[in-house]
Design a protein around this ligand. Structure first.
Ligand code: KIV
Length: 299
């Protein structure tokens, strides 16, 4: 395994003008695949409220759910630095509550840092979490937890005044101690300025190519949902087609009675009669046939 990515690796990548690759992950299998593919950073995003749970916003996601998904992802990711998103209302009500919840994502979820949305108004919160030795990633621009305040998922910072506010927020968060900043849904020109002004890396999503790195939701880049195609998403695969095609082939074979065939069945040379009171969970006899890996996971 290559060396584990840390927040210091990310700073060095910015200094060396090497792009940072970040992607979301929500379970161990995807984490393992994305890690093998070379992700530097894996974000257990509260976007799971939408792509995993089927809500129309990230707002219903709870701390318990975030911890559950963080534990799964940290089991799968060997090299990537794993970031846990702080869900809605886990850091907005008090600084003390924010530190406690950030601590839970690290201690119980196993992540290496946390991410929270918001600007200068959260500088104290960022400083307090950082003081507790938990690195914090910031998130500015289109911040999905503020969907009602923004009036929808709309590009932010398009005029001079709002762009200046986002730039000031970025500088305030850097002073407060964030180690990296996600810029979501902002004009390329603003993302360029912020990236040049900060010494920490910026990671863009819908923020143009001049950020120090890029992030996409894994389900989006893999083409899992043909009905969701915003301008900033590029699909690198058609997993919707691949998955529905494979499942349809399975269902067709089941209906035709051609699955399972001999290659996928077990036999017994000695069996004559299955006793009606045989225990279904009986251990295989000594030297019995072992099934081996189950459910796609090596055991
Ligand atoms: O929740 C999430 O997945 C995110 C990324 C899209 C940046 O915040």
């Amino acid at each position: 395994m290559k060396d584990k990515v840390t927040i210091h690796t990310l700073k060095r990548l910015k200094q060396a003008a090497q792009k940072i690759c970040m992607v979301t992950a929500y379970d161990a299998t995807f984490a393992r695949l994305l890690d093998e593919a070379g992700a530097d950073v894996m974000l257990v995003g509260d976007s799971l409220g939408m792509v995993v749970q089927g809500h129309d916003s990230t707002l219903p996601v709870t701390m318990e759910q975030m911890i559950y998904h963080c534990t799964a992802v940290t089991r799968g990711a060997k090299r990537a630095h794993v970031v846990g998103d702080m869900p809605f209302m886990s850091y907005q009500t008090s600084v003390e509550g924010a530190v406690r919840n950030a601590g839970r994502l690290v201690a119980e979820g196993g992540v290496g840092s946390v991410k929270l949305e918001g600007g200068a108004e959260f500088a104290d919160t960022v400083a307090a979490i950082t003081r507790a030795s938990i690195p914090v990633m910031g998130h500015l621009g289109l911040t999905p937890q503020s969907v009602h305040k923004m009036g929808g998922y709309v590009v932010q910072g398009k005029d001079e005044q709002t762009a200046r506010k986002i730039l000031q927020d970025a500088l305030a968060l850097e002073r407060a101690g964030i180690y990296a900043l996600v810029l979501e849904g902002v004009p390329v020109e603003l993302a360029r300025q912020i990236t040049q002004r900060l010494s920490i890396p910026t990671i863009g999503i819908g923020a143009g190519v001049e950020c120090d790195g890029q992030v996409l939701v894994c389900y989006d880049l893999l083409g899992m949902n043909p009905d969701f195609k915003p301008k900033f998403v590029k699909r690198y695969a058609d997993l919707h087609g691949t998955i529905t095609g494979a499942a349809t082939a399975f269902f067709n074979e089941v209906r035709a009675g051609s699955f399972p065939d001999e290659d996928h069945s077990f036999h017994s040379k000695t069996l004559r009669l299955v006793a009606s009171n045989a225990h279904p969970e009986q251990e295989p006899a000594e030297g019995g046939e072992k099934i081996g890996p189950i459910y796609g996971v090596p055991v």
